[in-house]
Design a protein around this ligand. Structure first.
Ligand SMILES: NC(=O)c1ccc[n+]([C@@H]2O[C@H](COP(=O)([O-])OP(=O)(O)OC[C@H]3O[C@@H](n4cnc5c(N)ncnc54)[C@H](O)[C@@H]3O)[C@@H](O)[C@H]2O)c1
Length: 312
């Protein structure tokens, strides 16, 4: 049976990915320091997984958790742009030094494949749409920079040591278990929780900014395909849906699904935020056979059903 390590497994994407891997019959180990992840995300599967509580900044902890592992899904990171602007060094330590620790441990343990969670933020405020992988890497936040460096290390470790790596540039992922309560929560869970409490959601900027909001199931499929492609060579590929929607449309859709008629508040644009993001996913199809299977409309319905059941 394949043993997979999910770093950041207590987080939103990680805890969904673990369930996906268990369904595929894999053995799963988690490395997480519970900085933004939650124990309750793992509670109902606790007896099916091994949890190592530790920090990716600690090389020894990473080394221990990589032991006997075939595939590493490296998802642990500080994922917030605003937090990275406030605390660039902490973001660097976790996202870059932590990544280097993971690469070093994978190399030493001869791990077969490392799948790294990169981000569309590496493109910065590109005015070319849809964004394709031939564009310049031009992040406009320390978070974006940290992900770009992670990708470069991934390529270099393939070139230098033959470690099979791949970087997946996720675009605004949403779905069950995405935390609305954290100080740095993402837009969709914040909108949902505000509306469920009958309070106005806050939209930064005029709401006409667009994003390739991507339902979590697409990301799980992409991770799986990246782990199981015959070979990888440090490629960096976009993982998203094929179309973008505006933030105003997102809020209107959530209002409709929750049956709430509450007007949003508008606030000034946030530092580090980009105006539009939309991915060209043709390279992902070529490299790992990825195609999005769940649209925004289908995904948001499933996410809202989950929040209705779980947010009370
Ligand atoms: N959610 C998105 O839209 C999105 C988009 C692009 C990229 N990503 C990337 O995907 C990955 C997962 O994101 P997520 O949305 O699930 O975020 P999340 O915050 O829910 O999960 C991150 C996990 O990493 C853990 N972690 C943080 N610092 C750690 C450390 N020093 N040592 C060990 N564990 C640590 C956290 O406790 C948490 O469980 C991240 O790398 C993020 O940058 C996410």
């Amino acid at each position: 049976m394949t043993l997979a390590l999910v770093t950041g497994g207590a987080g939103f994407i990680g805890s969904n990915m673990i369930r996906f891997l268990l369904e595929k019959g894999q053995q799963v180990r988690v490395l997480d320091n519970f900085e933004t992840g939650k124990r309750e995300n793992l509670a109902e599967i606790a007896d099916q997984i091994e949890v190592v509580e530790g920090d990716i900044r600690d090389q020894e902890a990473v080394k221990r958790s990589v032991d006997s592992v075939e595939v590493v899904y490296h998802l642990a990171a500080l994922g917030s742009v605003p937090r990275s602007i406030k605390e660039p060094r902490t973001t660097h330590d976790v996202n870059v030094t932590g990544m280097l620790n993971v690469l070093e441990s994978c190399r030493a343990a001869q791990v077969k494949r490392l799948v790294f969670a990169s981000s569309s933020s590496i493109y910065g405020d590109s005015d070319v749409l849809p964004q394709h992988e031939g564009l310049l890497i031009a992040p406009i936040s320390p978070y974006g920079a940290s992900k770009a460096i992670g990708e470069i290390y991934n390529k270099a470790y393939y070139a230098t040591y033959g470690l099979q790596t791949i970087s997946l540039r996720y675009y605004n992922v949403f779905g069950p278990r995405q935390d609305p309560t954290s100080q740095y929560a993402a837009a969709i869970p914040l909108f949902v929780s505000a509306l469920m409490r009958n309070t106005p959601p806050t939209i930064f900027d005029d709401g006409e900014q667009t994003r390739g909001f991507t339902f979590i199931e697409n990301v799980m499929n992409a991770n799986w395909k990246a782990a199981n492609a015959p070979e990888t060579h440090g490629e960096a590929i976009n993982i998203s849906t094929a179309s973008a929607v505006s933030v105003n449309t997102v809020v209107n859709t959530i209002k409709e699904l929750l049956g709430k008629d509450i007007a949003p508040n508008y606030a000034p644009p946030r530092e580090g935020d980009i105006k539009h993001s939309l991915a060209d996913v043709s390279l992902a199809k070529k490299v790992i056979g990825y195609e999005p299977t769940v649209t925004f409309d289908q995904g948001i319905r499933r996410a809202i059903d989950w929040y209705k059941e779980n947010l009370g």
